[in-house]
Structures are given as C-alpha cells and as structure tokens.
Design a protein around this ligand. Sequence first.
Ligand code: SAM
Ligand code: SF4
Length: 329
Amino acid sequence: MNTILTDTFNRMHDYLRISLTDNCNLRCFYCMPEESYTFTPASRLMQAAEIFTIAEQFVQLGVKKIRLTGGEPLVRKDAAIIIQQLATLPVELTITTNGTRIQSFIPTLKKNGIKSINVSLDTLNRERFLVMTRRDQFPQVYDSISQLIAEGFHVKVNVVVMKGLNEEELPAFLNWTKNTPVHVRFIEFMPFSGNRWSSNQVLTWQEILEIAARQYEFTPLESAAQDTAKKYQIPGHAGSFAVISTMSNNFCSTCNRLRLTADGKLKNCLFSSSETDLLTPLRNGQQLLPLIQQTIAHKKKELGGQFTQDFEKIETAALQNRTMITIGG
Ligand code: SAM
Ligand code: SF4
C-alpha cells in the first residue's frame, strides 16, 4: 500500500472530491448564504488540463475514486471535457449535482462509465423548493431523477433535513422508495461560514429513525468500512434510505476523503480551517508531492479539530471555514 496518503491516525485517503466551480444556478440558503455572492473568476479556477494533472498525481498516489462537485459542476462550460479526461484514469468516477442540467449530460455520463449519481433535492414540494433554493426549478430536478433512474443509473438523492422546515416530508421521501429504485439519503444540517446554522435546526440520525419507525419497519443494510451513510431497507421497497450523521455521530475515524476546491486548494477535511494551495505551485512548475504530504500529515482527528459531536456547544462565529459552495460538498 502506498503510504503517502495515510495520515497520522492511519487513515488511507483514496477518495478525492474535486470541485469544478463555486458557481451555481441555484441558491440553496444553507450552502450559498448571499444572493449577491461573487463567483471566482475563471482565471483563478483550475483549468481542465490542470484538473487532470492534479488528479493524475493523486491517482498515482493511490486515489481510487473521484467525485466531481461544486458549486454546480455542470454549469461549467467544459464539464463534459473534464469528465472525458478524468474517465481515462483508473478510478471510479462519480458526480454530485443539483440535477437541473443533467439530462443533456446523460450520453456523456454513459459513454464515460459513470454509473452512480448523487442528485440533491430537499423537498418534494414545488413552493418549498423555491424557498430553499430561491429558484423555481423543482420539475426539472424531479424529472431528471426519474429519467436517470429510467436510464439505469444508481441514483442517490441527497436531502438536507432541517427541523421546522422540511422534516415533515420524511414520510413522503420514504414513500417514494416504495416503487422507485431511488436511494434517499437524509443529511444532518451542517454549519459553514455564514449559513445561519443553529443546533436546534439539526434533525439528528436518531430523530430521523424515530420518525421513519412511526411509518415503516426497516432493517439496517451492511455498510462498507468507509461509508458515510448509515443505510436502511424497508422490506418490499424498490429503493432504500440512509442517514448521513455528520453532526450527531460522525464517521471521522474511517475517513478516506480529500477535497480539492475549484481554485485549487487542498482541504484535508470538510471542516478544516486550513488549506494548501496546489494550483499556484503547479503553475510555477513546483513539486506538489511535499505539499500533499504536509496537508495529510496535518489532518485532525475529527471534524477539522473545530468542534465535537457535542454539537450543541458549537459557536458558529468561532468556526474558521469557507462557505459550503466554495468548498464542494
Ligand atoms: N450543486 C451540487 C448539489 O447541490 O448537489 C453539488 C454541490 S453541493 C455543495 C453538495 C451537497 O452538499 C448537496 O447535497 C448539498 O445539499 C449539501 N450541502 C450543502 N450545504 C450543506 C449544509 N449546510 N449541511 C448539509 N449538507 C449541505
Ligand atoms: Fe448550488 Fe448545490 Fe449549493 Fe444548492 S447545494 S446552492 S445546488 S451548490
């Protein structure tokens, strides 16, 4: 095993999430707090060839899976080229998208061996979708999910659940899994710069299971060692559901993920307060390996060292991080 991507807690990092842009055509308030947000100019973003060069180095070091994210990865004009190039690497390539533009990418995704896609959809109600994303695009997203499933993709639907906002929709999401092979993943609401997070809005893993248990019996599904989702199956349902319990029961001890922001900064954790510029050194012809090694060596035990599972004690003003849209979820 190549040990360069192994940190001081013996965690091997073989999964790289690459943000293609901090731009997005939706405005989910928990991700992009300001409507008038200034997107990073194209010259400061990694270019397609630079993304490939950096990704190739990570693959040589042991990365086996790459996820494209953002912002909305598919608003980038050269998204198809980037996908084609990365698909030549010996990795499982996948994508997280808001689903608004994915229909026109279906041939590209198929041609390049992408089989599993995460689509974000927090509500099944058009008015609430408008409130949460500040854009009226529910039908496009819902129809895209249906089409992706009909085309044979494994579709996971990411639902950020918040108390007092969309928690009442849990039963509807569970019903959706009955006849549709859709894999719904309820995500605990996480704090990022400026997203007005408060602990009393977090609907926890246990609370989600209690709500689900009022409606259905279900059994846990086996998870892979580094899965972030705790998965469940309702007997007889075509799909399944899962909970991503970052706040109440984190999975940091088995974390295998690294993140590359669209402007070429390497983050060793979603919540890390520090980041390492790889893009400028790449443009200056410098070696990236020592920088990658240093970044891995500094990875904290859990949650970027910024808080603990006792999430009620989080002081949001003290957190040092980017907004989610500039990290890449
Ligand atoms: N635009 C794409 C999308 O929406 O799927 C990809 C980027 S988005 C930042 C990736 C994921 O992060 C989405 O599923 C989104 O719901 C999730 N996310 C964003 N902000 C979050 C927060 N504060 N707490 C939990 N999940 C969050
Ligand atoms: Fe855009 Fe995705 Fe963030 Fe929503 S969650 S604002 S779709 S990047």
